[in-house]
Design a protein around this ligand. Structure first.
Ligand code: AMP
Ligand code: MG
Length: 345
């Protein structure tokens, strides 16, 4: 299969190209498209065969459910049995935007889309290209991140092409995404709304709207018997080919520890920040962004993990980032990429 990469200008969306993409979705095919979080791999959420194609193209385990993307609030009631008051408040505050909510699913949503679960994850993205595609594609687009399962999520159309060329008919190229980390997931089927995956919409932002909000125990527990409730969170993810370790502690100690690691023969990668990059004289030094601007770190993290694969380093050491706010989501992705290997000084 030939993969067409179609450039789309957000300021002047090409109606004919979007109609072609919509037609592919309506006939059960797949289209990769930009959202404000990461690039998604879209298929018709109400068509079980489209879901199967998504799992096959990504090599994703089929027990890992897909997020259903909608463009209009009226469409929500069609795919869920009930819209809790908390969901209305969150939608009012954060939709369209980088927030996914879990509901009880209605019969219209096939189990193929939800990985066999009775619940469904729903998001209304804010990217105008995504909204246009969803509307032209029939209103309900199931879309996981458009990467090969296990690789870092794609933040450019080029990343999608690297992973999925020849496996899907079309990629809509809207340039680099705005945020760079996947959506926050909140489960509203629990008594207390529970964060299953941290993202740009932070715990503090959710609490400001809802009051009490919890973090899924599976995300914070050291005990590996406590499983995360979002099935996808249990998989090793974002993992670069080289062994990645996070180094935390007082800044000067972190810098000297990492510099010792680059003294030998090994090809060593370093993930650092604007504030510290001049302090690493050796190694494959990559600056992920500035600590004063956490969004810059979110923007570059996945791209940098991919670059290390291309460079072929043998080991990678990363500085550590702090919660709260976006730091929590950044650390969550970095810990997964590192298989939770942390060196505390
Ligand atoms: P991705 O599509 O790559 O952003 O991953 C979607 C994430 O949402 C995965 O971690 C899934 O396990 C999670 N997810 C999707 N649907 C549900 C659901 N019904 N309940 C819990 N987690 C879900
Ligand atoms: Mg993903």
């Amino acid at each position: 299969m030939q993969t067409i990469v179609q450039k789309i200008d957000r300021a002047q969306i090409d109606a004919a190209a979007m109609e072609e993409a919509g037609r592919i979705l309506r006939s059960g095919g797949l289209v990769a498209f930009p959202t404000e979080t990461v690039y998604g791999l879209g298929g018709d959420a109400l068509d079980e065969s489209a879901a199967r194609r998504i799992y096959a193209a990504k090599g994703r385990p089929s027990d890992n459910p897909l997020i259903v993307h909608i463009a209009d609030m009226e469409h929500l009631a069609e795919i869920v049995t009930e819209i809790p008051e908390a969901a209305r408040k969150l939608a009012e505050a954060f939709w369209p935007g980088p927030l996914t909510m879990i509901f009880q699913k209605s019969d219209r949503v096939p189990y193929g889309t939800t990985g066999g679960l009775d619940t469904v994850a729903v998001r209304m993205p804010s990217d105008p290209i995504a909204l246009e595609l969803i509307r032209r594609g029939g209103g309900y687009v199931a879309a996981p991140s458009a990467n090969t399962s296990g690789r870092p999520s794609p933040t450019t159309a080029q990343h999608v092409y690297e992973d999925l060329q020849g496996r899907i008919p079309m990629i809509l190229d809207g340039g680099a995404v705005q945020i760079g980390l996947e959506s926050t997931i909140v489960d509203l089927t629990e008594e207390v709304p529970t964060v299953l995956r941290p993202g740009y919409i932070s715990m503090e932002m959710l609490q400001a709207v809802l009051g009490e909000v919890r973090m899924d125990r599976g995300l914070i527990a050291d005990d590996s018997n406590v499983r995360p409730k979002a099935p996808g969170m249990k998989y090793r993810h974002y993992a670069p080919q080289a062994d990645l370790k996070i180094v935390e502690g007082p800044q000067e100690q972190v810098i000297s520890y990492i510099n010792e690691k680059t003294a030998g023969e090994k090809q060593v990668g370093i993930i650092c920040t604007e504030e510290t990059k001049a302090r690493y004289p050796r190694g494959d030094v990559k600056c992920v962004g500035s600590r004063k601007d956490e969004l810059s770190i979110a923007n570059h993290l996945f791209a940098i993990l991919r670059e290390f694969d291309a460079d072929g380093v043998e080991e990678i050491y990363s500085e550590s980032f702090e919660a709260p706010g976006l730091g929590q989501a950044i650390m969550n992705r970095l810990l997964k990429a590192a298989g939770h290997q942390v060196i505390t000084l």
